[in-house]
Ligand binder design. Structure first.
Ligand SMILES: [Zn+2]
Length: 228
């Protein structure tokens, strides 16, 4: 009887031990599961952290990019400003140059203008025009002029040669010279020649002639000056 009780107690003990071992194992398993869960959670968290870090990095990069863009824009703006100021500088220089040119022009305008009219032309124009502004009396528009008795040189050719020499000399002395003609083959009436001088607002109008005279004993110059 005693032996039977011992066996039963032993069996119960064994069950208890088995139960304890099982419990221990289950606990361990649960613990591992929890640990695993925890570590998974940790992993998820660390992933989230990484994502956050990445997002932050991205944000930082974006900010950097924005800052860089800002800087680039600033640089561009600065460059534009520099370019604009350079342009303004150029404009100022151009203005100064223009002013200088204007001063030069003003000085040029201060130069006296002389219109030289070499009289006549190779071929005359016998159509009529008034002898002066508003005059009723008329005469040939322009004649061929005289011819040298000995040289046979035409007046129109002689006065043109003299006029071209006079032009050079007057220009050398600083005058502005305007010629009514520089060749012989033209057709410019006397009133048209006067108009050239008036239009140029000339300070002097020199009409060159080498006219002929009936008396061969006469040898002199002939000059007509306006009464001013
Ligand atoms: Zn003449």
């Amino acid at each position: 009887m005693k032996k039977k009780v011992l066996i039963i107690i032993s069996i119960i003990l064994i069950f208890i031990i088995i139960a304890l071992v099982l419990k221990f194992k289950i606990n361990n398993k649960e613990k591992n599961t929890i640990d695993n869960n925890n570590s998974n959670t940790a992993l998820i968290n660390s992933n989230e952290i990484m994502q956050n870090v990445n997002t932050n990095v991205e944000n930082t990069n974006t900010n950097s990019n924005i800052q860089n863009t800002d800087k680039t824009e600033k640089n561009e703006t600065t460059n534009n400003k520099i370019e604009i100021s350079k342009k303004e500088e150029k404009k100022t220089e151009e203005n100064i140059e223009n002013n200088n040119n204007e001063i030069k022009n003003t000085k040029n305008n201060e130069k006296k203008t002389i219109v030289i009219d070499p009289g006549h032309q190779t071929k005359g124009d016998t159509s009529k025009e008034p002898i002066g502004p508003g005059a009723t009396e008329t005469k040939d528009k322009v004649t061929t002029g005289a011819t040298g008795i000995v040289t046979k040189q035409k007046e129109s050719e002689l006065v043109l040669k003299v006029a071209l020499m006079l032009e050079k000399e007057l220009e050398k002395q600083g005058y502005t010279v305007i010629m009514t003609r520089t060749t012989n083959n033209v057709n410019i009436s006397n009133s048209q020649r006067a108009k050239i001088a008036n239009d140029a607002n000339a300070d002097a109008f020199i009409r060159l002639h080498a006219d002929s005279y009936d008396n061969p004993s006469v040898n002199r110059n002939f000059c007509i000056m306006p009464n001013i």
